[in-house]
Design a protein around this ligand. Sequence first.
Ligand SMILES: NC(=O)c1ccc[n+]([C@@H]2O[C@H](COP(=O)([O-])OP(=O)(O)OC[C@H]3O[C@@H](n4cnc5c(N)ncnc54)[C@H](O)[C@@H]3O)[C@@H](O)[C@H]2O)c1
Length: 361
Amino acid sequence: MNCVQIELGDRSYEMQIGCCILKEMLCDVQGRAMFVVDDNVMPLLGDTLSVDDERSLMTMFASETNKMMGSVEKIWDAMLDAGHDRATTLVAVGGGIVGDVGGFAAATFMRGVPLIQVPTTLLAMVDASIGGKTGVNTTRTRSDGSEILGKNLAGAFWQPKKVIADVQMLQSLDARQLRCGLAECVKHAMLGNPALLAFIEANAESILDCELKVMEELVFRSASIKAKVVSRDEREGGERALLNLGHTFAHAMEPMPALGLLHGEAVSIGLVAAANCSEALGLVRDGFVDRTREVLSKLGLPVRMQTAIPTTECITMMQLDKKNRDGKMRLVLPEGDCGAVITEDVDLETISLALLAVGAC
Ligand SMILES: NC(=O)c1ccc[n+]([C@@H]2O[C@H](COP(=O)([O-])OP(=O)(O)OC[C@H]3O[C@@H](n4cnc5c(N)ncnc54)[C@H](O)[C@@H]3O)[C@@H](O)[C@H]2O)c1
């Protein structure tokens, strides 16, 4: 088993990474526990969870439209029905959706109860379960009366007591979801870990076959990068924003029904667009875009839009990004061999060209 420390003073915790470790690692849950489990994960668990009362186990359908306050309220209700109190530990078992919703319920039930994150997707293992961001989507009504999802617009920072990543869980994950997690691993590597990028390139086949030893190493190396960033900047006052590399482009493409992209797929195209901006601005050496494209393609990730969306439409969406300040678009772009920079100084023409390079029109 490998361990990653998230150093946050009296809120520090450990992430345990291994194969078939879940049952053993859950043994030391202090006091009573409330389990919130992803619908699709429940049948995989067998006798792994020891639940003292069936009301202390609830399942949740993982979808963005179900990642809402209503789901948090259902968890509060279930906890009250089962007689839970502030000494209860909430254990969230699932992908990023269950982790975010379960985490927010833990942050708010009786003003906060202990939380254990048990991520079961690659994305949740290397990203969502680390760093204490929890939250839900909101429904927003546009001026024409139509509704859109306001992604993660309500939430709280609530650090777990520990994270248990059992890579055995990844074997049932569908290939598309696995690739989505890989986009975040590539992003972490691009943020300053050339050795991780080389590891991914050298082991692409074993990774796509979900070989457990390789997955354990991949999760360990990738999670370590996120852990370091979070340890230095818990509340995203500075460096943590670098984790949004490529995400301003991704957040614009992800909600477009014509593209049909999952988050990780949008991140993959977003990384190529960001690399294009950097190359145009001379922030990276020539050939950087090609290398980025090659690694992502090797992992079966998309590197351009399948339907050409007008650049103006993409830019309008990018202007809604939460990272923007005072109407200025803030981009996180690759810099140097393996590094990134946060900038507000990219002109719209450079952004348009980067979008054209990934298939916009
Ligand atoms: N809190 C954070 O810091 C953070 C960071 C990144 C993403 N997120 C959030 O995470 C969410 C995306 O998470 P995700 O990619 O894990 O997706 P997800 O939670 O939607 O899970 C993807 C699918 O895989 C299924 N699934 C989960 N584990 C499985 C397993 N072991 N075997 C088979 N199927 C399994 C789920 O039921 C779901 O259908 C988004 O809502 C995003 O906003 C949060």
